[in-house]
Design a binder for this molecule. Structure first.
Ligand code: UD1
Length: 417
């Protein structure tokens, strides 16, 4: 049983160097898409996380065989059968909905349980479903917790209402074996979507961009062949440590990261007065003296990532002037602000915006209610005077590999309880 709680003695600046894990949100669709492959797939840089293990166990239930050692997943999906994927598997993670696309693509029919995942707002699948329907599928709706979809062939054009990451990924995966081309517009351009595309291309998929018209074009192929692929670095994990470095007045270097994928955050940190240096595959964030508040609005890529909203919210409490933080992607992502108030944070939420004042945080008992919210509570504990207990670590294990250990390595006074 992994620990559910940590104790933090706040006030220690984080200092030193750590390596960044492979991307969770790139690994999950890539793993789901292996159901489309005939040969062996080898993936490097896969983070060892609860959500990744959950996805692997669904693939195993369907008949895949795999090994997972030291970040390397070897998967053989030849034996996969088109079984119904029950809710007891799919409710473990939101990304289980990403099995709809590959199973539909390979078997022309799928039955998958409704997904679980973080409680950060209503997370419907309507864009996924209208996309499948527009391209010719029959979506039977949800019955007894199962989504049933059938399609002999997917073809045609679809413009997403909004560039949903999951819907874009599902539609791409469903279309790789079509007999005619599929064109997607207003699709998500997140680096994790691009990683899925590059992975599928490495197995022989024909996916191209017609940027003049803003189109993503998928031309069907007969099979995908075995491949070896390196998953991209986790920009959200990296961004979390960037915020924590500045919030604790520290000096942290991150290795094995792509600074370009984090430019919206790094620009904000510079505007606030933080020190930011970058190289091809590293980022250094450091305290240069008092820093100021700022305005942040979350948006689709290349805008500010919603998955870094709670972390920059905590950073804003340490600024010398007020900040505005607007959440425009999810409906319910400010629950951590209530916990911040318990730590003596000065903040209030009105509609989609949190108004955050310079605060002297003071340790107490707080809880994390979702993945990034829990990381941000730990960050808040690192910035608080006195002792903070943070519970809800089960959320953290879904997305961060060795989070506590990495903080200890950077000098934090933090321990499992
Ligand atoms: C992915 C990420 C998640 C990140 C999010 C936005 C994974 C495993 N998860 O989630 O960490 O926070 O992108 O960058 O990659 N929506 C609809 N209808 C739909 C689909 C989405 O209304 O059919 C709404 C959602 O409720 C949400 C917004 O669109 O408010 C964005 O969702 P989406 O881009 O689909 O996120 P996910 O793929 O679920």
């Amino acid at each position: 049983m992994r620990s559910e709680q940590v104790i933090i003695n706040g006030g220690v600046p984080l200092k030193g160097k750590i390596s960044i894990q492979g991307s969770k949100n790139a690994s999950l669709p890539i793993l789901a898409s292996t159901a489309l492959f005939e040969g062996e797939v080898v993936l490097h840089n896969v983070p060892d996380l609860v959500d990744i293990r959950a996805m692997l166990s669904i693939l195993e239930y369907l008949g895949a065989r795999y090994t997972f050692e030291k970040g390397c997943v070897r998967l053989d999906c030849k034996g996969i059968q088109n079984k119904e994927v029950p809710e007891e598997y799919t409710n473990r993670l939101r990304a289980s909905s990403l099995l709809l696309g590959p199973l539909l693509g390979r078997y022309k029919e799928c039955q998958v349980g409704m997904p679980g995942g973080c409680k950060i707002g209503v997370r419907p699948l309507d864009i996924h479903f209208s996309g499948f329907k527009k391209l010719g599928a029959l979506v039977d709706g949800v019955e007894s917790g199962l989504v049933h979809i059938r399609a002999q062939d997917l073809k045609g054009e679809f413009t997403l209402d909004m560039p949903s990451v999951g819907a874009t990924e599902n539609l791409i995966m469903a279309a790789v074996f079509g007999t005619e081309r599929v064109v997607l517009r207003n699709y998500a351009k997140e680096p994790e979507v691009m990683d899925l595309i590059h992975f599928l291309q490495s197995g022989g998929a024909k996916i191209s961009f017609e940027e003049d018209h803003g189109d993503l074009v998928i031309e069907g192929v007969k099979t995908l062949h075995g491949t070896t692929y390196q998953v991209q670095p986790d920009r959200i994990e990296a961004g979390t440590y960037c915020c924590a470095a500045l919030a604790t007045k520290g000096d942290v270097t991150l290795a094995g990261v792509n600074p370009k994928s984090l430019s919206s955050l790094l620009e904000k940190l510079r505007t606030m007065g933080g020190g930011v240096d970058t190289g091809d595959d590293w980022i250094r964030v450091y305290y240069r003296g008092d820093f100021i508040g700022t305005t942040v609005k979350t948006a689709v890529y290349p805008g500010f990532p919603t998955d870094l909203q709670p972390q920059i919210g905590v950073l804003m409490t340490q600024a010398k002037s007020a900040s505005h933080l607007t959440e425009d992607v999810f409906d319910h992502r400010f629950r951590y602000i209530d916990e911040l108030l318990r730590l003596n944070g000065e903040a209030k939420v009105e509609g989609r915006t949190a108004y955050i004042e310079p605060s002297h945080l003071s340790g107490c008992r707080v809880e994390g209610y979702d993945l990034r919210g829990t990381a941000s509570m730990i960050m808040a504990g690192l910035c608080s005077s006195g002792v903070t207990h943070v519970s809800g670590l089960r959320h953290l294990y879904r997305g961060y590999e060795a989070f506590i250990e990495k903080l200890q390595h950077l000098g934090a006074d933090i321990a499992y309880l």
